[in-house]
Design a protein. Structure first.
Length: 595
């Protein structure tokens, strides 16, 4: 048996992509799409070793014309052949895929504008449905979702384990104006209490989880008028982290995406600026501010949406952007320098409605690019799917790590998505083994999973460890060959003893009631033991508009009035505010207030 082992991405030079893409969109015109935004995920839904495409439709879903999309899957065969599977009578929204009930099968979450179903499957603006691997049997598992003041519709949706309890949670953003952002915890029984959220503001329909400040707690990026970045505290609460980013437009920063451009372990932020150019910013945890990695990226143009992805698999993240019928990519070097890589076009007017990079449909070892483009002119426009295939040939079986990349921080026991990519010759169906070392790239190795189908992703729990020298080893085994690769840099797992030491010495919980509120609101909170407590109210620019002086409070339940009447400290309302409660020296609760 032939074996190839690669430890560093730099050793993969002969296999670096060529920057040539061909459109392979045949079979993706069914069903006919209408117009308006949507969202894709490229995943192996049925775990057969071939990637599939999933969404919940566009404006024609349901009723506008004849297509009734529901959960819409293009089942792939690895050679750009597609079988369409549609289930349900709802749609026009965003989609997320993951195993939310930890049964080994992929489930779906979706925010939508057209919740027209007469059954529990499709009658809420935000839902989760359990799958069993057959792509047609979906069981609603969505009690309490979409019931926090949303009356217009949700859209871009994502899964992540935001409280590190080993279960995927869900977040979603409004379909345009005015349903805000909402994050819900997974109660493990089909109920989803909201941990964070607010109503109001315009959006560009994009929502993505990721650890931006690399503390092992999930953050998120959103294209919303109230800001693009929100830092999580590991319990379900989030605080705006835009800080010194460029000013936000009325719909937020369009086309946001996350990826680790400078290989420091934290996710960086790409977006389209007000001039239609492309920007990338990285958060500096030491300086507590954002720094530009724009380099030679275009400062203006007609771009509308971005993706961060390692296009040529050299170990450095690259940028893809689309707008006005032009798809363009740039290679990164980790330091904010960018080199033009490829250009492709779609028919006019080519207005982006969805964009996803990272799925290797033909299994040649390099990511492909998938676009939903709205073409034509009003009122006769339609959406069309364009799949651009990376053209590098395949001669040998090769496996390459994708995530973790190195320097990330994970929390023991939380949900972990491990990603890889493979170059697979012919019709070979390799199986995958994933091993873990907490002591460096030489092992010893513990098997995390074996004989996995070549799905490009494995969801599991972060191993029990307390080490900054963690590595993964991937092995792909086919009929007559095998290939192994080790992550190029170490990542960190924080053990339970370390995590416990970082917790505050007493419990603190708080809520703003009523919320939203026009005439008055108060802050209700509970203390596990006596502490000195203060609070402040901040607008979305970070200005303090109200301060509640510190007072000693006994253990138990307390209530503090925040405001009455039509203003906060004389400043005009309505508005979106952040209420920050400080108890003792370290315990902080932050809550959104909508006035």
């Amino acid at each position: 048996m032939q074996t190839r082992i690669f430890i560093l991405f730099l050793m993969l030079i002969p296999f670096i992509g060529r920057g040539q893409y061909s459109e392979m969109s045949a079979g993706l015109s069914n069903p006919g799409m209408e117009g308006g935004p949507t969202e894709f995920e490229i995943v192996d839904i049925n775990m057969d070793g071939y990637l599939d495409i999933i969404c919940v439709g566009d404006h024609g879903s349901p009723y506008i014309n004849t297509s009734q999309h529901g959960i819409l899957i293009w089942q792939g065969n690895g050679n750009f052949g597609w079988t369409v599977i549609q289930t349900g009578n709802f749609g026009y929204g965003g989609v997320a895929v993951g195993d939310v009930n930890n049964d080994g099968y992929l489930d779906v979450g979706y925010g939508m504008h057209h919740n027209y179903s007469s059954t529990d499957f499709g009658d809420q603006v935000l839902e989760v449905a359990l799958g069993n691997g057959d792509m047609v049997s979906w069981t609603p598992w969505d009690d309490s979702l979409g019931m926090n003041g949303q009356d217009w519709g949700m859209f871009g949706t994502d899964f992540a384990d935001i409280n590190n309890d080993g279960w995927l949670d869900i977040g979603s953003i409004s379909f345009g104006c005015c349903d805000g952002i909402h994050v819900h915890l997974n109660n493990q029984d089909g109920t989803w209490p909201q941990s964070f959220g607010f109503i109001g503001g315009n959006s560009d329909e994009i929502f993505q989880f990721g650890d931006i400040n690399n503390d092992g707690f999930t953050d998120f990026a959103a294209a919303h008028q109230s800001g693009s970045v929100y830092f999580g505290d590991g319990s379900g609460n989030f605080v705006n982290g835009d800080m010194n980013l460029p000013s936000v437009s009325i719909i937020g920063r369009p086309g946001v995406s996350l990826g680790d451009v400078n290989n420091d372990g934290g996710m960086d932020l790409a977006f389209v600026n007000t001039g239609g150019g492309v920007e990338v910013w990285s958060f500096d945890t030491v300086l507590n501010q954002w720094g530009s990695l724009n380099g030679d990226l275009p400062v203006s143009g007609n771009y509308r949406i971005t993706q961060i992805v390692d296009l040529n698999m050299d170990g450095f993240m690259d940028i893809a952007a689309f707008g006005n019928a032009l798809l363009k990519t740039w290679l990164g070097n980790g330091n904010g320098n960018w080199t033009p890589y490829s250009e492709n076009t779609t028919p006019a007017s080519g207005y982006p409605k969805a964009f996803r990079a990272g799925g290797d449909v033909d299994r040649n070892g390099f990511p492909d690019l998938l676009i939903m483009s709205e073409e034509g002119s009003w009122i006769s426009y339609n959406n069309y799917i364009h799949l651009f295939k990376e053209n590098s040939p395949v001669t040998d079986l090769i496996v390459k790590p994708v995530y973790p990349r190195g320097h990330e921080v994970f929390r023991e026991g939380s949900i972990w998505n491990i990603d890889w990519i493979t170059a697979v010759p012919g019709a070979m169906q390799p199986v995958i083994k994933i091993e873990f070392s907490a002591t460096g790239p030489n092992g010893p190795w513990t098997i995390l999973a074996d004989n996995l189908p070549n799905t490009n992703r494995y969801q599991c729990h972060v191993p029990v460890a307390n080490s900054s020298q963690c590595y993964l080893k991937f092995t792909a085994s086919g009929q007559s060959a095998s290939s192994s690769a080790i992550t190029s840099q170490p990542f960190t797992i924080i053990g339970t003893t370390t995590a416990a030491a970082e917790k505050p010495p007493f419990s603190l919980s708080a809520r703003v009631v009523p919320n939203p509120s026009a005439e008055g609101a108060g802050l209700q909170f509970s203390l596990g033991k006596a502490a000195r407590v203060s609070a402040g109210v901040y607008n979305m620019l970070g200005d303090k508009v109200m301060e509640i002086p510190a007072h000693d409070r006994a253990a138990g339940h307390h209530s503090i009035p925040l405001y009455t009447g039509e203003s906060i400290s004389g400043k005009p309302a309505p508005g979106l505010y952040l209420v920050r409660l400080l108890a003792g020296d370290t315990s902080v609760e932050c809550k959104m207030l909508v006035k």
